[in-house]
Design a protein around this ligand. Structure first.
Ligand code: ADP
Length: 290
């Protein structure tokens, strides 16, 4: 406990100088690779994320993702105060989002906000640098065609990793790879759009004004249907959200039938992070192509 206290004080010192004082610290989220701590200081409340990974700059990439999102949407995204390394820990210090009850236009604003975010576009899929989704590497090499990007940098690395880690047998790997040519012509042509990249309901929190705030992104420029499909995978988003999105930035017809394909990616993420409970979901999608 003493050691943790010193760590927090060090981080406060590094970011606010010698005059600032830590008033209180409380653990509010303990995940498999991160801890989330609320720090009370003279400068106000902050959310501190601590990570124990020695080799990879996961939190530095999260800081870059948050900054990019923040510059591209009117929705609240926590301001990054600082990040770095103290001893064995990597840290990310950001604005604390005080949670409140949802305002009546919460879902509508989230829909409009996401559509607006997706209007931030560029000419290629990918990003200037690779980053992470949760603790998994996410490759972002700039690519002209969505199908190439999706297969090469989203599906292939993660089905390969699952095979390498013996989560799937060789015949499953082969069956999976056999769907790639069948994806030709499935995706409507769209400009590469800035995505949140990990849009499940736990990564949208309600702020002090009763409005949605986006956290924990895995940003890149991708097909915007990725974010919408991901949001449907585990539920939790209100119908008003989809209606508002659709009226602000209509989707091409047939989204429902493509949704499973996009969700192969988050399902592979979950398979690699949490194990074979996610295999039947992948199997069901594969079957549609066999
Ligand atoms: P992880 O990457 O370990 O999943 P998250 O960034 O999703 O961590 O944060 C874990 C939890 O901490 C979130 O579900 C949310 O409740 C809370 N949280 C995250 N960021 C903030 C923030 N800026 N302010 C307040 N609470 C936050």
């Amino acid at each position: 406990m003493h050691e943790q206290q010193e760590l927090y004080e060090h981080i406060i010192f590094e970011n606010f100088g010698p005059k600032s004082k830590l008033k209180d610290a409380s653990l509010i989220a303990a995940g498999s690779h991160n801890q989330g701590i609320r720090l009370e200081t003279q400068e106000g409340s902050f959310f501190l994320k601590i990570n124990f990974d020695h080799e990879r700059d996961i939190l530095k990439k999260e800081a870059a993702g948050l900054a990019l999102l923040r510059n591209s949407t009117f929705l609240q995204v926590p301001n990054v105060v600082g990040f770095g390394r103290v001893g064995d820990y990597n840290y990310l210090l950001m604005e604390f989002i005080q949670k409140r009850r949802q305002n009546s236009n919460y879902w509508e604003n989230l829909g409009i906000g996401l559509a607006h975010l997706h209007l931030t576009q560029q000419s290629q899929f990918g990003l200037e640098e690779d980053n992470f989704i949760a603790s998994l590497n996410q490759r972002n090499l700039p690519t002209d065609k969505w199908l190439d990007f999706f297969v090469e940098y989203r599906l292939e690395p993660l089905i390969g990793k699952a095979y390498f880690d013996r989560l799937v047998p060789l015949d499953f790997l082969k069956r999976f790879q056999e769907i790639y040519p069948k994806l030709n012509g499935i995706f409507p042509e769209e400009n590469p759009a800035l995505l949140h990249g990990d849009l499940w309901s736990g990564n949208v929190i309600c702020n002090e004004d009763g409005q949605p705030a986006l956290i924990d992104p895995a940003v890149y420029f991708g097909h915007r249907e990725m974010d919408l499909a991901f949001s449907r995978l585990f539920g939790g988003f209100d119908q008003e959200f989809y209606e508002a999105y659709e009226s602000a930035f209509p989707l091409a017809p047939g989204f429902e039938s493509r949704m499973g394909i996009y969700n192969l990616y988050p399902l592979l993420v979950h398979l690699n992070l949490f194990g074979s409970a996610y295999l039947p979901g992948i199997e069901r999608i594969l079957k549609r192509f066999e």
